[in-house]
Design a protein around this ligand. Structure first.
Ligand code: NDP
Length: 292
């Protein structure tokens, strides 16, 4: 059996074309979508992610920029920057690139972003949306993974979804979105006993671990849909220096029914969801302006 590859690059391209058209329409009304990314320190991976996000937003016709701070930046400085952006009516979306340097209180900085500008969806109010409470934005990576399942027509309701990983930015929101869509969900993590016994039950298996080739073929139920969120660059071995997911793609694609590649899977969809959230933030700002 050879799995169908879910092409995140092509899917994201189609979505981005639609968001570009929407951005043009908003700009014609005098409301060009604006995104500012705040980045602190010299983390090379963060710099690549920010560059890709800004490029995608610029190509879609957004007013997108970044504000950069040195590695030794203080929490107070970043809080002042977030406050400035909160009060700038041309900035509809604010994204603080994580991780922040260790001396910074990342929770306080995230909490300071106005919820209606929090296009990353990490503010507590937006996380409440995952519980069916108030909240406008869903975190981009799990939102992108869900969009892939929907567009591919993968049945979710009544199916068993297993998520490996319980971080606040990927694992937990992913599990809650699958739950909202009617799946029976199991969340696994480093303390899970007999992980392969869990993952072999999955109709939908999501890997968000951060370890290259962690999911092997014997961990996958034949015909399952495997979503690989991982972004790793192994330092040694045959894949040294190469962008590698959490799933052993070559072997697992012989067992699974569907599989997302790395690169070209969840990554581009994450960026597409950032565009979607920034458009939504602009529309929210317009609605607010119309009411005052
Ligand atoms: P974290 O390190 O925050 O979380 C990793 C999770 O994996 C933890 O919950 C951890 O368990 C679990 N884990 C680690 N080892 C094992 C193990 N041996 N068995 C079972 N579970 C294990 O990572 P993130 O959630 O932030 O990211 C996950 C991956 O997704 C990374 O590769 C990251 O680069 C990638 N990523 C990709 C994005 C994209 O756009 N495609 C965006 C964001 C992240 P425990 O909680 O017990 O420690």
């Amino acid at each position: 059996m050879s799995a169908k590859i879910i092409d995140g690059t092509a899917m994201a391209k189609r979505l981005r074309a639609a968001y570009t058209a929407r951005a043009e329409a908003l700009a014609a009304q005098g409301h060009r979508p604006g995104l500012t990314v705040v980045i602190a320190g010299d983390n090379p991976a963060s710099r690549v992610y920010v560059r890709n996000k800004i490029k995608a937003c610029t190509e879609a016709g957004f007013d997108s920029r970044d504000t950069e701070f040195p590695e030794d930046v203080s929490t107070a400085t970043l809080l002042a920057e977030v406050e400035r952006l909160n009060n700038d009516s041309k900035v509809h979306g604010i994204l603080v690139q994580l991780p922040l340097p260790p001396q910074v209180d990342a929770e306080a900085v995230t909490a300071a972003i106005a919820p209606h500008k929090d296009v990353d969806g990490f503010h507590a109010i937006n996380l409440g949306g995952l519980f069916g409470l108030a909240g406008d934005f869903v975190p981009c990576t799990p939102a992108g993974a869900m969009e892939m399942l929907r567009q591919e027509g993968i049945p979710i309701e009544g199916r068993h979804a297993v998520v490996i990983g319980r971080s606040n930015i990927v694992g937990k929101p992913m599990a809650l979105l699958l739950l909202q869509a009617g799946a029976t969900v199991t969340i696994c993590h480093s303390k899970t006993v007999d992980l392969p016994a869990m993952t072999r039950q999955a109709d939908i298996l999501v890997a968000a671990v951060g370890k290259a080739d962690f999911v092997t073929a014997d961990m996958v139920k034949p015909g399952a849909c495997v979503i690989d969120v991982g972004i790793n660059r192994p330092e040694s071995g045959p894949k040294a220096g190469k962008l590698t997911g959490d799933v052993d793609f070559a072997a697992v694609s012989q067992v699974a029914g569907w599989i997302t590649p790395v690169p070209g899977g969840v990554g581009p969809m994450t960026i597409a969801m950032l565009l979607a959230n920034t458009i939504k933030a602009t529309e929210i700002a317009l609605q607010k302006a119309a009411k005052t």
